[in-house]
Write a protein that binds this ligand. Structure first.
Ligand code: PLP
Length: 396
């Protein structure tokens, strides 16, 4: 690996040091630490011949700027990827990867604990284009080999699932797909490249919603796909003509957020695990769904393959009316009620995994609440939840 100072380094891809050093070129911007935000569509050329040749790094705004290249380079280093492309959202990144690798009359295999808006894209748009979408139980591991057909173009896995948190045996899934010559992609938003690097485990395309941890401040929409060398040429040829392009200010804020990912994520992890352990001991809670707890399906794979956990997990309440669960959520002082996660503020939302898991089902009865442990003091968060449990009991 080469750092921004051009020295050889032995720092691992998934380290806080790499997060600080990757993708930097201060000498190319008069010594300033961060790159400027290039707003641009047209790139001017000196004459007709040089325009025809377009033999320079930047030829048109949609195809990239020095700002987007800085973030793409940093992410490629972190992900151990050959290249990275940015998208205006995480969902756009996921859907573009399907558009590139799926074929009409062919078949894709997708883990059943998929982010549900992506499931809607597959069921309502990709299916209309003649692609057969088959969902599989994420805990199947190498058993996915038995589902691969001659017509399978892509195996896609989300791990841990971002609502129910089962952890897949990713190396086994990647190996099964590889031996059948099938491309693999993974949604790695939960772990971020700090805690898991899909390409190191045999996956071809690592996708993340940078909206979440990398932005880290609930103020941008951004996605990316990092791709290994073998898959890059085929991926990038199609990607360029599909026409996705992220906004320059969001790219800049993604780069800014990235530099503090190490400290933020370690704090999210610490608070999240402490809350999960505390919640597990409460009478009102039937189950805590967190990859770091031994009760979580696939916990052994989390322990084997991941370097940490983020602050996102779910709790299943003992069976109570939804109104009692809502009473817990509604009075919370420090937990916001809203979609997304990975920002500095804690969040709590009612979740309904039963609606979207036809293959795996969901083995619990009570209401589900998904929590994002933010950067507040844990004692304040515990007190807030304690008052929530009092409201729940009062509502029974
Ligand atoms: C939020 C999320 C996405 C989509 O990201 P957006 O930037 O909101 O489009 C994809 N996958 C997972 C796991 C997510 O949590």
């Amino acid at each position: 690996m080469t750092t921004s100072k051009g020295k050889k380094s032995h720092i691992s891809a998934g380290s806080a040091t790499t997060i600080v050093t990757a993708g930097r070129a201060p000498e190319a911007q008069h010594g300033f630490v961060n790159p400027p935000v290039y707003h641009g569509s047209t790139v001017l050329f000196a004459n007709a011949e040089s325009y025809r040749a377009r033999a320079r790094p930047y030829v048109y705004g949609r195809r990239g700027t020095p700002t987007s290249a800085a973030l793409e380079d940093a992410l490629s280093t972190l992900e151990r990827a050959h290249g990275t492309r940015l998208y205006p959202s995480g969902l756009a990144a996921i859907n573009t990867v399907f558009m590139i690798f799926a074929r009409a009359g062919h078949h894709v295999l997708v883990s059943d604990n998929l982010y549900w808006p992506a499931r809607r894209f597959l069921d309502e748009v990709l299916s209309r284009m003649g692609v057969e979408v088959e969902y599989f139980d994420t805990t199947i591991g190498g058993g996915v080999a038995g589902l691969i057909r001659d017509t399978t173009n892509l195996v896609y896995v989300e791990s841990p699932g971002s609502m129910t948190f089962e952890v897949a045996d990713v190396p086994a899934i990647a190996k099964a797909a590889k031996s059948a010559g099938v491309t693999t992609a993974m949604d790695n938003t939960w772990a971020s490249p700090l805690f898991f690097r899909p390409i190191e485990h045999g996956i071809d395309v690592s996708i993340s919603a940078a909206t979440k941890h990398i932005g880290g401040h609930s103020d941008i929409m951004l996605g990316y796909a990092s791709v290994n060398e073998q898959t890059w040429a085929a991926f990038d040829r199609d990607n360029a003509i599909i026409g996705q392009s992220a906004g320059p200010d969001d790219i800049y804020l993604g780069l800014r957020g990235l530099r503090t990912l190490g400290v933020r994520l370690r704090q999210h992890m610490q608070t999240g695990i402490a809350l999960a352990q505390w919640l597990r001991g409460r009478d009102e809670v039937a189950a805590v769904l967190h990859p770091a707890l031994p009760s979580c399906p696939g916990h052994e794979f989390w322990k084997r393959d991941f370097d940490g956990a983020c602050g996102l997990f779910s709790i299943v309440l003992e069976p109570v009316p939804q109104a009692a669960a809502d009473a817990l959520i509604d009075g919370l002082e420090f937990f916001g009620i809203g979609a997304s996660w990975g920002g500095f503020e804690s969040l709590a939302v009612p979740a309904n995994p039963r609606a979207n898991r036809p293959v795996m089902g969901f083995p619990h009865d009570g209401p589900v609440i998904r929590l994002h442990a933010g950067l507040e003091d844990i004692e304040d968060l515990k007190r807030d939840l304690e008052q929530g449990f009092a409201r729940l009991r009062a509502a029974l």
